[in-house]
Design a binder for this molecule. Structure first.
Ligand code: F0G
Length: 347
């Protein structure tokens, strides 16, 4: 079946409203490694139609907005919500308005929103100020649907990630590790596991050290991190996320931008290319392993967005060496590179 609404309609309380869908969900759960008694799985949410996990919630939020006769949709965004809202609104034939923090959203995400025809407005503040503004506006107007994760339909849709993991593993994993920005996704997974009724994994929410509002237990005025998707100082779902971590006996954890870049590189060198916000989860997973804080059993890390979402940051670690050659010399060059590679592996 195509799309999470058709697959999980019974869990979503949507009645029989038509689905605005792009075939989201059903993302790969890849066995990445075995670390002693832990099997590590990566859920590749970047394979969703617009390249991030946001599509799970957006198909539901936009379907409901359309069914309720909204004149359009609006969101504040660090980029992925904007791209997703733009695509699903386009699918629904509704106008989309996306409000972004000026100069802090990657070109690729801006391009997606614009390509789908969204009206894009940039504000000089950060994401938190943009969100406050669109919340006010949506409330005042009443005819434009707010599709940020403060819209409960967004979280309902994102719960389906948890359903898929249980369906595939046959049971919930021992732990779930995911990046936290506005704190919607960790809350959605928690409620998803709860609703599915097979048990709840320990939930670990990983933040960038410069934007670690959950770890620090307070709002931040000037969040800063290379992982622009989670450059958020006032998580809107703070209380839900706190409950998720408390009840599941997990924890919040901060990792440095350096750790995030290293994690992005390590994943890429294993064939998995994700954006920095997603690499944050993997960086956190490694810290938890080193501290012996992971429970035994399967562990799932949610990799929220594809690496193609950010075409700049990887150049901080990519080896850009290219080798000038000629048709005649190609054979000997390749032989030399193979030998160098063999020497590196033997080291
Ligand atoms: N990973 C990526 C790639 C994201 O884009 C986001 C949030 C998160 C993780 C964090 O998820 O906010 O539910 O805790 N991006 C939002 C946006 C804020 O506007 O695209 P969260």
């Amino acid at each position: 079946m195509s799309g999470i609404i058709e697959r999980y309609r019974a869990y979503l309380d949507l009645g029989d409203i038509p689905a605005v869908t792009l075939g989201e969900g059903g993302t790969p759960l890849v066995h990445w490694a075995t670390w002693g008694i832990q099997d590590i799985y990566l859920k590749l949410e970047g394979t969703n139609p617009t390249g991030s996990f946001k599509d799970r919630g957006m198909t539901v939020a936009v379907s409901v907005a359309k069914a309720q006769g909204a004149r359009g949709v609006i969101c504040a965004s660090t980029g992925n919500t904007a791209a997703s809202a733009a695509a699903y609104a386009a699918r629904a034939g509704l106008p989309a308005f996306v409000v972004v923090p000026e100069g802090r959203v990657t070109r690729e995400k801006m391009m997606q929103a614009l390509a789908h025809g969204a009206k894009t407005l940039s504000v000089s503040g950060n994401f938190d100020q943009a969100l406050a503004a669109v919340r006010r506006l949506a409330q005042e107007r009443g005819d434009i649907a707010l599709v940020n994760s403060v819209n409960p339909w967004r979280l309902r849709g994102q719960e389906t990630g948890a359903y898929e993991i249980v369906d595939e593993l046959g049971a919930p994993p021992a732990a779930l590790v995911l990046p936290v920005g506005n704190a919607g996704n960790i809350s959605a997974y928690f409620h998803g596991f709860r609703r599915y009724g097979r048990g709840i994994p320990q939930m670990f929410g990983i933040q960038a050290a410069g934007a670690a509002a959950m770890v620090e237990g307070r709002d931040l005025e000037n969040p800063e991190t290379i992982a622009t998707a989670i450059r958020i100082g006032k998580p809107a779902s703070r209380h839900l996320a706190q409950e998720a971590v408390l009840v599941s006996q997990g924890q919040f954890l901060a990792v440095s931008d350096q750790d995030i870049l290293r994690a992005q590189q390590e994943l890429a060198h294993g064939g998995v290319f994700v954006e920095p916000a997603s690499a944050t989860a993997y960086a956190g997973l490694k810290v938890l392993r080193d501290r012996g804080a992971l429970p035994p059993g399967p562990i799932v890390a949610i990799l929220t967005g594809t690496g193609l979402k950010d075409g700049q940051t990887p150049f901080q670690w990519i080896d850009q060496t290219t080798y000038p050659t000629s048709a005649d010399a190609l054979g000997s060059h390749i032989e030399r590179l193979l030998e160098e590679g063999a020497a590196r592996v033997a080291h």
